[in-house]
Design a protein around this ligand. Structure first.
Ligand code: SAM
Length: 246
């Protein structure tokens, strides 16, 4: 996929968690003028939202191409190309240090959360907005179950921790964050449209590529689309959030 396709994907993904972010920002009383570090900023899908809240945003990502793309963004954010395991910031620098769909990708999530805590001011917050637990996914009916299993295999092959979600609470508590709140993003399904399927399928096809022959992917797609348009399909990947005070 091209980087602009990834950006589109990340932007769509960020709409699923928007209400949750609003909820958490209210809970932690985020105020305009505060500094926010977005760890694993990716292509910058969330930059507009954060700067739109009046936050002063710094982004950090390991992937140079993502950083370059995020840097093209018209918002006034500064993007660092660096590793979240060892961030190039002084301690107690940010009011809020947040992450969104990132800890499942990193080598040592405990080290990354410890770094997030280190760079956050006392009284500030560390937030993981969305960490999925692919091992507890629900895929219905059978056509989707098969796709789900192959997608999980592919994600594991790409190096993600399929059980990150369930580990999040313990991770936040053991790192010594205070008053840790842990929760689950609720699911909501409107009547399934072809457009939604196409968006979903792009990423599924990307994950299935190389794992299954093309003809098999196309046959799966046909079966899955029928079940989707019949209103039969339910796909749910439990996605956890956590926040805690420094
Ligand atoms: C699924 S993307 C999420 C991007 C963005 N947070 C969003 O939600 O649109 C995961 C991002 O984490 C970044 N990442 C993975 N490991 C990292 C590390 N050790 N340090 C910094 N960024 C990392 C990847 O380069 C990628 O941009």
């Amino acid at each position: 996929m091209k980087i602009s396709d990834w950006h589109e994907r990340f932007t769509l993904q960020s709409t699923w968690t928007r209400d949750l972010r609003n909820f958490i920002f209210r809970k932690i009383d985020a105020q305009p003028g505060q500094t926010l570090l977005d760890v694993g900023v990716g292509t910058g899908a969330l930059l507009d939202e954060y700067t739109g809240r009046g936050l002063q945003v710094i982004g950090l990502d390991l992937d140079l191409e993502n950083c370059q793309f995020a840097n093209l963004h018209p918002s006034k954010s500064i993007i660092f190309n660096a590793d979240a395991h060892c961030m190039p910031f002084k301690q107690h620098q940010f009011d809020l240090t947040v992450t969104h769909y990132v800890l499942l990708w990193v080598r040592d999530p405990a080290q990354v959360v410890a770094e997030m805590k280190r760079v956050t001011k006392p009284g500030g917050y560390v937030v993981a907005f969305a960490e999925p637990d692919y091992h507890s996914r629900i895929d219905y009916p059978e056509a989707f179950q098969d796709i789900g299993k192959i997608q999980n295999r592919s994600l594991a092959f790409q190096g993600i921790d399929l059980s990150m979600g369930r580990k999040l609470g313990h991770l936040f508590r053991t790192i010594g964050l205070k008053d840790v709140r842990l929760g689950l993003l609720a699911g909501q399904w409107r009547y399934p449209e072809k457009d939604d399927f196409d968006h979903e399928w792009d990423i599924i096809a990307f994950d299935l590529g190389g794992m299954v022959p093309v003809e098999e992917i196309l046959a799966m797609k046909e079966q899955a689309l029928k079940s989707w348009l019949d209103g039969e399909a339910t796909v749910f990947i439990p996605t956890f959030y956590a926040y805690g005070m420094v």
